[in-house]
Design a binder for this molecule. Structure first.
Ligand SMILES: CC(C)(COP(=O)(O)OP(=O)(O)OC[C@H]1O[C@@H](n2cnc3c(N)ncnc32)[C@H](O)[C@@H]1OP(=O)(O)O)[C@@H](O)C(=O)NCCC(=O)NCCS
Length: 209
């Protein structure tokens, strides 16, 4: 089970059914903002009961190590969920990787919040979970999202055609990825572990799609 994580301005709460009222309120507030970037949602998705079910499932996912979602709440009041960051499809064996997923609040975009939270999530994935590779799959038109992972040192690997069903359409996605250079078997004299300040770009050069 994951603990609450802290960044400079945020508390990152792992999914728990206790968060259902705050998470449902977040999705109701951001329904139209998120629609062009997410799968089509059932009506129940926007209810406290529906979110309680999903959060309980995510708590189980964390217990078995297959996924980790954290909800962003600013340290400064008023206390409200303003987004989430997550590791999804965590696969071990010879892959040792996951995909990242994230979303902000329409009233807090371009404040650096998602970059701040995602930097902490990458550190958690590499240093706590010991993963080797993280992927971010992003629609080419989603420039803010591409910019977020670019700032963290992800690099472009290619275009995955009709990769995810977003708002009812199979959309192409740019595949961005970052490698944990400190993973056993990858450590070399010129490689350094990933660090969230963005100062260590040598092992994972950023690229602008
Ligand atoms: C993408 C998203 C998560 C970014 O969240 P955020 O908290 O605003 O992100 P940050 O403030 O940390 O960074 C955003 C960056 O994008 C830049 N940006 C914003 N609009 C842009 C545009 N049209 N073109 C290029 N860059 C843009 C910002 O200037 C900022 O970069 P900077 O720090 O270099 O100035 C948010 O817009 C969102 O929730 N979108 C809807 C859901 C979504 O797209 N999720 C990701 C799916 S892959």
């Amino acid at each position: 089970m994951a603990d609450i994580m802290k960044t400079e301005r945020l508390l990152l709460f792992p999914s728990s059914p206790r968060l259902a009222p705050a998470v449902a309120a977040y999705f109701v507030r951001n329904r139209e903002f998120l629609r062009p970037f997410e799968p089509i949602r059932e009506k129940s998705f926007f209810t406290v009961q529906g979110q309680r079910r999903l959060l309980r499932q995510e708590e189980r996912d964390m217990a078995v190590g297959s996924g980790y979602r954290f909800w962003m709440i600013p340290k400064a009041p008023p206390a409200a969920v303003i987004g989430s960051v997550a590791l999804v499809n965590v696969v071990r064996g010879s892959f040792q990787g996951a995909a990242v997923s994230y979303r902000a609040d329409k009233d807090h975009v371009n404040s650096g919040y998602v970059t701040e939270a995602l930097a902490r999530l990458v550190a958690f994935a590499f240093r706590t979970l010991g993963l080797h590779r993280l992927e971010a799959n992003i629609m080419p038109r989603n420039k803010p999202s591409l910019r977020v992972v670019e700032k963290l040192g992800f690099s472009r690997e290619g275009l995955a055609r009709a990769y995810l069903n977003i708002n009812g359409v199979w959309e192409d996605h740019v595949q961005m990825a970052i490698i944990n250079a400190a993973f056993p078997g990858r450590v070399g004299s010129t490689t350094k572990p990933w660090c969230p300040t963005g100062t260590n770009r040598s092992s994972a050069p950023a690229s602008t799609p």
